[in-house]
Write a protein that binds this ligand. Structure first.
Ligand code: MN
Length: 318
């Protein structure tokens, strides 16, 4: 059931404790939303714990996570942030599937799997919704919370560059900068500029790795486990790599395939402009936003690639 801010406030004020779930392959938005919401609940005297089936990447997100995910306890309330589909809980879907009472999300592909869902499809980031919720509730925002919420908005908007960046996102960033004196330049540097040597070496290979399909309208980059092993990088170090697939002129859709496990590919789609890649991904079991979406497909590299190319071809033919 979809709910608004008022019902969300009632729900949160009445919960005794909560576990806050973030999605697999955690990114700046779900980590920021999870830890930001934890801070907000703490202001209300409600204990909570932020969890994820994968480890939170370190040291990139340490400034948000190192304050502690919270003690272990048997939670009475299960909240999901930035999770459009129970599948994206990864291995935690077995434990928490069918048990989420409140979901706060901004994906147009949200499956409405939770008892109650606060969905704002136009929001730049889940962190944008959490900020507005805190303001609506009149809850104090701590400096740590402010850094978390800024990070989610900055990362999901590609540092305020993508078309999903709302005027509200700029306003919130301005409010956070004004009221909390957060070191946004340092956060942006760590989110968008600092990389491992392996990642820099991989970026240097992009011109070799980039494949053009469908007359150049589709570009694909596949990064296999062997390549990551050779460069000494983990899959989470490929965060922010997908936009490179739509740099090439005339490309309409870009796909980054990364092999999470042998023959299991996490595929991140990006749209340069008009093509709705969320709609494409929904035809192959995924989802997301119009210009940034994804899916996970199992199979041999060439088979998976052929399936993705075919799905894009169908969409471009329409
Ligand atoms: Mn998000």
């Amino acid at each position: 059931m979809l709910i608004g801010y008022s019902e969300t406030e009632t729900f949160l004020r009445n919960c005794k404790d909560a576990v806050i779930l973030t999605h697999q392959s955690p990114d700046g938005d779900c980590i920021g939303a999870g830890f930001g919401l934890k801070d907000i609940l703490a202001e209300l005297g409600i204990r909570s714990r932020v969890i994820c089936c994968d480890e939170f990447p370190s040291p990139r997100y340490d400034f948000m996570t190192k304050a502690g995910a919270g003690e272990e306890f048997e939670p009475q309330t299960v909240i999901a942030v930035d999770i459009a589909d129970e599948k994206l809980m990864g291995s935690y879907a077995e434990i928490y599937g069918g048990k989420v009472q409140l979901c706060i999300d901004h994906h147009e592909s949200n499956k409405n799997y939770a008892e109650k869902t606060l969905l704002r499809e136009k929001a730049t980031a889940t962190c944008e919704i959490i900020y507005d919720l805190a303001k609506y509730m009149g809850v104090n925002i701590t400096r740590h919370c402010a850094m978390c919420l800024y990070t989610g908005i900055a990362t999901d908007s590609g540092c305020f560059r993508y078309s999903c960046t709302t005027p509200r996102a700029h306003e919130i960033a301005a409010e956070l900068k004004r009221s909390y004196d957060i070191d946004f330049a340092k956060i942006n540097r760590y989110m968008f500029e600092v990389k491992s040597l392996g990642r820099i070496k991989l970026e240097a290979k992009v011109s070799d790795l980039l494949e053009e399909h469908l007359g150049g309208k589709l570009a694909v980059i596949a990064v296999t486990q062997d390549m990551m092993k050779e460069l000494g990088i983990a899959p989470d170090e490929l965060e922010g790599f997908a936009p490179l697939t739509i740099q090439l002129e005339n490309t309409e859709v870009g796909i980054l395939m990364r092999e999470r496990e042998p023959n299991v590919f996490k595929c991140s789609f990006r749209s340069a402009d008009a093509v709705n890649v969320s709609a494409i991904c929904q035809t192959i079991g995924g989802g997301g936003h119009a210009k940034a979406a994804g899916c996970t497909v199992e199979g041999a590299l060439e088979d998976v690639k052929a399936e993705l190319i075919e799905a894009v071809r169908k969409a471009l033919d329409k």
